[in-house]
Structures are given as structure tokens and as C-alpha cells.
Ligand binder design. Sequence first.
Ligand code: PEP
Ligand code: MN
Length: 344
Amino acid sequence: MLVVMNQQATQEQIDAVVAVIESRGYTARPMPGGQRVAICVLYNQGAVDSSPLVGMSGVKEVIRVTNPYKLVSRELQPEDSIINVGGVLIGNGHLSMIAGPCAIESEDQALTIARHVKAAGADLFRGGAFKPRTSPYSFQGLGEEGLKIMARVREETGMPIVTEAMDHEVFDLVEEYADMVQIGTRNMQNFTLLRRAGRSRKPILLKRGLSATIEEWLMAAEYIMEGGNSQVVLCERGVRTFSHHSRNTLDLSAIPVVRKESHLPIIVDPSHAAGRRNQVIPLSRAAVAVGCHGLMVEVHHQPDAAMSDGAQSLYPGQFQQLCRQIDSLFEIFKPLGNMDEMVI
Ligand code: PEP
Ligand code: MN
């Protein structure tokens, strides 16, 4: 349930509503929005009796939240969240480009790729230091050395860095270096990791699980927000289907659905969806057209020698071409007005 306060509601009126909710054994979470404060009722099993709240002073309306997710829902916060990642804004009105190799392999490799993607227009640099690999015999990442290299990339290029924390054990370390901590597909429902991310003060990039429904994905984001971290960016990266023409199937229909349901920004990773370089640019164009807030793309200057995901990595020249196309597309959409008006 959601108690929406009047625009002019005083702090005393808000506190009084919180006290009534808590006296019934629930948790009240006031969420200040652009226009008004909404107080979300958490930890209720079943419907909450709204009658004591409806007539309280300062209360505009009491809304029954029908979805299992609350803090991430647009019912709670009608305006889009805009997430600040080391000075780069992700969210409505911005199209953020995250690019870099799948894995950090060496300082030379990371800096070479970073210089290329920065020159082409990337806003943030990505790269894995701890890699979730299907085979234990595959390259697992450089670990902390990879994080140090990423920090040097940030120093030289000014691009904030995004990298994955694969488990609870390394979260503290990753959080120290990263501007945004990624929770990978395989971990979308690792609830202890989600709780740890909820205690973080860094923005979290939450990838959609391999075969997660949108509801499960939003509930994973709810874990992070419930923990106190509201800086969450969602990332659609393809789901598993019976098709073999691509590594996964990019679910573009998820973008308008998520934008309707949630105020959180959503970006698209066409690289892990496609698994093949030639599909990455067309899928990126489509993702921008359906209203994503950004793209995360793998790029490598020598993809044939890459230690992971070379087949899906764009050459720097292709990435430059992609950035030009995306800029033109964004220019077409801008005069059409707020993309939200089209999807909500
Ligand atoms: C990645 O982005 O490096 C990655 C491993 O992606 P995913 O979790 O989507 O497979
Ligand atoms: Mn990869």
C-alpha cells in the first residue's frame, strides 16, 4: 500500500502517518518524489486496512499496490529515476554508452580499447576482473590486478568504470574500485549478494537472469532498494530460448514493459544477447528505438586473440560506426518528446 501525501504536507503530518503504519507492525518507507512524498508500507502479509490513514491530515490518497514489487514501481515514484555514475547520468533524457572488453587482460589491452571507445563517444568503461565462466578451465579474470588496471583507465581517460562483483566475498573489493558494480545474469537471484548490493553506496547494474521473468527481475531490484540503495540500473541482455541463431534472444519487448512498470533506468547489452558481432549493431539500433536509456557493448582491438567473448566483440571502427548511428537515431527521437509519453 502507498500513502500519497499532499504537496504541502508537513514533516509532522508525514511522521504521524509513519507512526500509525508502524503501530500496526509494518514498516513505513517515506519516498520523497519530485512533486510529493509517498509513504510505502512494507512487510504486510495481505491487504492493509487503509481506513485509519485515509482521513489523516496531509494525506492525499491511499493506493493499493497490486504488484509484489513496491519500491521499484512507478506507482510509488511516477518520475523516472536518473542515476549518477561517477558524473555520468543514466536515465530519461540521456543515452549512455558503456563500452569495453569482456575481460581485462592486461594494462596495454585495456588502455588501447579504452582510448578507442572514448574517442568514439563512450561515456563509461566496462571490463571484467572477476569473470563468471561456464568452464572452470577458461580464463577467470585477473582479479584485483584487473581492478587496478581499470582504475588506471579511469585516471587516464576520465571514464567511470563498471565491473562485476561475482560473489559476496569480493564485493567489498570491487566496490572500492568501481563506479558502478555489476551483478551478472547468473547472480540475479543470488539473494545474499543482492542484500549486499543494497547496503552499497555505489550504483548497481542489475542484469536480467538467463531465464528470468520481468517480475522476478524487478523483485531482484526490489531486494537492492529494500536494503537502502536506490541507485539501480537494469540491463536486458537476452534470455534463453530454443533458438541457435544467436547466443540468447534479446527481449526488446522488456524495455517498454519495464519502463511502464518501473521508474528505474533500463539499458541493453546486445553483445551477450547476440554472441555474434554482426548482430550487435542492428540490435543496438532496435534497442534505442524501443526506448532504452543506454547500451553496454563489448569492444576489442584484437577480438581473435581475446581471452573471452571475442566473437561478439566489435572492432573499434565498428563501435565508432555504431556511436554515429545511435547519435543520429537519438536526434530523430528527441523532437518527438519524452519517450515515456510513448511507453507509459
Ligand atoms: C558481462 O557483462 O561481462 C557478463 C558476463 O554478462 P552476463 O552476466 O550478462 O552474461
Ligand atoms: Mn562477455
